[in-house]
Design a protein around this ligand. Structure first.
Ligand code: NDP
Ligand code: GDR
Length: 322
């Protein structure tokens, strides 16, 4: 029997990698897209003929019910969200609607149409925020530091609650930062690698960033989507931290990325108050022992390889744009 999976957020970074991965596993992949005035299929255009795109919006529960009724997926991966932390301060209510309450909308739709559907919720290390212990595990208390982080805590707990209340197979994957050449340009890693490419090719003279001291546990997105799928293949549903266990500063990311093209970041990076946050998450580093032991998951791409792949990809991209 061909398994069917619904991905919300298929046009995003993770959605595109997960769709690719599920296709290799023989799934029929259904991707939910929301209406927009311009097409944004950049990340999925290479697989567009192999997947089915259906229209719906996280904010509209009836659209979710309709999609489940018409396509009867066995697995639902809820990756859609307002995912940019900085924006969550200027649009806190929208972020709460999209990133928090919508998780309940998807879970309700599952209860109504088919409670046997297996559900994955894209939870985040941002829930740890002002960290209460180092490294962070599945049992570390949450202390979110942004409206986004607060919304993700809601999404996590409603997933746990529906599992316990209604016996749904629902998992919360607590994923630490993961990046790739498909990362949105506003996130710091991609902003740096794209900036490095433009500077190297003579198109820009500086790169304006916020705080360079925060530390993140950065992994590679293609490694992380495997873990999402593995979580839904177990006998019992559970929650897992997915991380590399290594942490680096934004400054070190700059050092390596500029170093890839023979430049010194100190000659180009300018600190700009506009990119600083009202409350910062200073240090994230995850302990993914449970995922390693139960799922057999481990990251395959090192931090240094990730930086290099992203810089090379952006050099190619910027060359093609000029
Ligand atoms: P992206 O920002 O790249 O993608 C977000 C996706 O959500 C896009 O496809 C977007 O559609 C879609 N979306 C947003 N609002 C709606 C809506 N109202 N209805 C339907 N779709 C909507 O995020 P990532 O791929 O990086 O992350 C995937 C998920 O994982 C997110 O929930 C994120 O918060 C979470 N996460 C990400 C981590 C990371 O490091 N990348 C770490 C931990 C958690 P459109 O293209 O139309 O805007
Ligand atoms: P984050 O990612 O907030 O961790 O959330 P982001 O790349 O935006 O920031 C990482 C760190 O870099 C610092 N920083 C800057 N960030 C941005 N975007 N732009 C800058 O100019 C800049 N200068 C310094 C930030 O202050 C921060 O400390 C990501 C998202 O994918 C979430 O959806 C996800 O849940 C978490 O990762 C885990």
């Amino acid at each position: 029997m061909t398994k069917r999976a619904l991905i919300t957020g298929i046009t995003g970074q993770d959605g595109s990698y997960l769709a690719e991965f599920l296709l290799t596993q023989g799934y029929k992949v259904i991707g939910m897209i929301r209406r927009s005035s311009t097409i944004n299929f950049e990340r999925i255009k290479h697989i567009q003929d192999d997947i089915q795109l259906v229209s719906g919006d996280l904010l509209d529960e009836s659209s979710l019910i309709g999609i489940l009724r018409d396509h009867r997926p066995h697995e639902v991966y809820n990756l859609a969200a307002q995912s940019f932390v900085q924006t969550s301060w200027t649009q806190p209510v929208f972020t709460g609607e999209t990133t928090a309450l919508s998780v309940t909308r998807v879970l309700n739709a599952i209860r109504i149409i088919d409670p046997d559907i297996r559900f994955y919720q894209a939870s985040s290390s941002e829930m740890f925020g002002k960290v209460q212990e180092v490294p962070q595990t599945e049992t570390t208390p949450f202390y979110p530091r942004s409206p986004y982080g607060v919304a993700k805590v809601y999404g996590h707990w409603i997933t746990v609650n529906y599992r316990e209340s209604y016996n749904l197979y629902a998992c919360s994957g607590i994923l630490f930062n993961h990046e790739s050449p498909r990362r949105g340009l506003e996130f710091v890693t991609r902003k740096i690698t794209y900036g490095v490419a433009r500077i190297k090719l003579g198109l820009d003279k500086e790169l304006r960033l916020g705080d360079l001291d925060p530390q993140r546990d950065w992994g590679y997105a293609a490694d992380y989507v495997r873990a999402m799928w593995q979580m839904l293949q177990q006998d019992v549903p559970d929650d897992y931290v997915i991380a590399t266990g290594k942490t680096n500063t934004v400054r070190h990311f700059c050092e390596l990325a500029f170093g890839c093209v023979g430049l010194d970041y100190r000659d180009y990076v300018v600190q700009d108050e506009r990119f600083k946050r009202p409350a910062e998450v200073d240090l994230l580093v995850g302990d993914a022992s449970k995922a390693r032991e139960v799922l057999g998951w481990q990251p395959e791409t090192s931090f240094e390889e990730l930086v290099q792949v992203m810089v090379e990809s952006d050099l190619t991209l910027v060359r093609s744009q000029t």
